[in-house]
Design a protein around this ligand. Structure first.
Ligand SMILES: Nc1nc2c(c(=O)[nH]1)N=C([C@H](O)[C@H](O)COP(=O)(O)OP(=O)(O)OP(=O)(O)O)CN2
Ligand code: ZN
Length: 129
């Protein structure tokens, strides 16, 4: 079966605190988050900018979170204000997954990896793993 997997990475800076955390992470602080997105599909699709079936999805639709909050992204955001849940790395990855799924065609398997620091990261998918 033909299979294409897109990969893209981007970074954004954001502030957060973990509500209820008994330790320093309960105080407002910042991270430069790195995000890796993989998008796998067995078919190609048209996109917002291309009418023909030649893309899994537009790379641009995978990188929305790198924009400022005014443009719908997370760069220089306070994550406690953007997410309705406690902004742990786990929840941020889930949030990016769900928001990205709304921007891309059906039938794409997505995996989101979020690095909170160089040595700590989390993967999120809703596929059977
Ligand atoms: N499973 C998770 N554990 C922790 C999360 C998280 O989102 N998911 N988040 C934090 C804090 O946000 C914290 O900022 C990260 O702290 P830490 O890994 O300790 O990073 P430091 O660079 O500050 O590391 P030091 O070893 O303390 O210098 C915590 N845990
Ligand atoms: Zn933190």
């Amino acid at each position: 079966m033909p299979t294409w997997t897109l990969h893209t990475e981007f970074k954004f800076d954001a502030a957060h605190f973990i509500e209820g955390y008994d330790g320093k992470c309960g105080n407002m602080h910042g991270h430069t988050y790195k995000v890796h997105v993989s998008a796998k599909s067995h078919k190609l699709n048209p996109s917002k900018y291309l009418d023909t079936d030649d893309m899994v999805c537009d790379f641009r639709e995978l990188k929305w979170a790198a924009k400022s909050p005014k443009k719908g992204g997370l760069d220089h955001a306070v994550l406690n204000e953007e997410l309705t849940v406690n902004p742990t790395a786990e929840r941020i990855a889930e949030f990016i997954y769900k928001e990205t799924m709304q921007r891309i065609p059906d039938g794409i398997s997505l995996k989101i990896t979020v690095w909170e620091t160089e040595t700590c990261w989390v993967e999120y998918t809703e596929d059977n793993v």
